[in-house]
Design a binder for this molecule. Structure first.
Ligand SMILES: Nc1ncnc2c1ncn2[C@@H]1O[C@H](COP(=O)(O)OP(=O)(O)OP(=O)(O)O)[C@@H](O)[C@H]1O
Length: 310
């Protein structure tokens, strides 16, 4: 078994030295070969592509946050090489979604003793990949602020949440899915492959990474008057039952902002620019990911069974 660890030295403000120092011992104990690739934030994808083609590892392991996971996913997508995750970001949304333990040695064991599942990718504007959650509006602007702020981690997100909350305005959009056309006013529209943000907010209780669909999660209200209810319903996964939100399940969608307006778009925690039109197309089962043999998401599975959708 050959593993290639892709280590982001800055993710989550976490020192990875302890983990890296232990790797030699782990390799001996669990019997695997390994290589290391340290990201620099510049041309990482190109260099990683070259290394993967040369070394042909069985699993490429993202040691970082959701940005690092997406980097690795883009390199191994549409191949038989598997993606592995050692969660080392500030939020680790994708690792949580896949039930990967936070404990580093336990996460490593998942790579060696877990199982591989094939999950979907969302192609955004035919260029960008999204395996977790992307959005326009409130959250995307918050992510943009977070990127330029020195404060990382959960505190950083909380700070940007309250800043952006006071500024958020509704946008009007036309949405065309493979089945239907809609006109909506919203503070935020997310295109979700997964269920939860890295903050653990349960945006999309009917989300499944491997079902060949994604969900448009539309947040229609965001005022001080309803802030408490929104936060409560967001974290308990009942948002879709309230009048603040709506979920549309589909395989493809085109979102067009009215009056040639442009909005910041974020995909898996990275801002990809300001756009007037966003197209989303699902690419089913194109990414093989290592997950634990026994998932621990029983409670959520129950929730999913109760939800009705279009
Ligand atoms: N050596 C480096 N120096 C500076 N930036 C880097 C370096 N390596 C990667 N990056 C940047 O790190 C970002 C990805 O970070 P990642 O998402 O993995 O961690 P995080 O943001 O701390 O965690 P999370 O996404 O879970 O909140 C990318 O924008 C990438 O360009």
């Amino acid at each position: 078994m050959k593993l290639l660890f892709v280590v982001n030295p800055i993710s989550g403000d976490n020192d990875k030295k302890g983990f890296l120092d232990s790797l030699e011992g782990f390799a001996y104990r669990y019997i695997f070969e390994y290589d290391l690739f340290l990201t620099t934030g510049n041309h990482d994808k190109k260099q990683l592509n070259r290394l993967v083609n040369r070394e042909k590892p069985d699993i490429v392991v993202a040691v970082g946050g959701d940005g690092t996971v997406l980097l690795v996913a883009e390199v191994v997508m549409h191949t038989n090489i598997r993606l592995g995750i050692i969660p080392y970001g500030s939020a680790n949304g994708m690792a949580a979604e896949l039930n990967i333990p936070n404990h580093k040695e336990e996460a490593l064991k998942v790579l060696l003793q877990g199982k591989s599942v094939a999950i979907d990718n969302l192609k955004i504007n035919q260029t960008h990949n999204c395996i977790h959650i992307g959005d326009i509006g409130f959250n995307a602007r918050m992510v943009k602020r977070f990127e330029t702020d020195r404060m990382r981690g959960f505190k950083g997100y909380a700070k940007q949440f309250f800043k952006e909350f006071s500024l958020s305005k509704k946008i009007k959009v036309d949405i065309q899915t493979e089945k239907k056309r809609y006109t909506k006013s919203a503070h935020m529209i997310a295109f979700a492959n997964a269920r939860r943000y890295g903050t653990k907010a349960l945006l999309n209780p009917i989300g499944k990474l491997d079902d060949g669909y994604f969900e448009l999660c539309i947040l229609k209200d965001l005022s001080v008057r309803v802030l408490f209810l929104i936060l409560l319903s967001w974290f308990t996964g009942s948002m879709y039952k309230t009048r603040f939100a709506e979920i549309i399940r589909c395989k493809k969608a085109r979102i067009q902002l009215h009056k040639n307006k442009r909005m910041t778009v974020q995909v898996d925690g990275e801002v990809i620019g300001d756009k007037n039109t966003i197209s989303i197309d699902v690419e089913p089962s194109c990414l093989h990911v290592m997950v634990p043999k026994e998932p621990s998401g029983k409670f959520l599975d129950l929730l999913v069974a109760e939800v009705e959708y279009e």
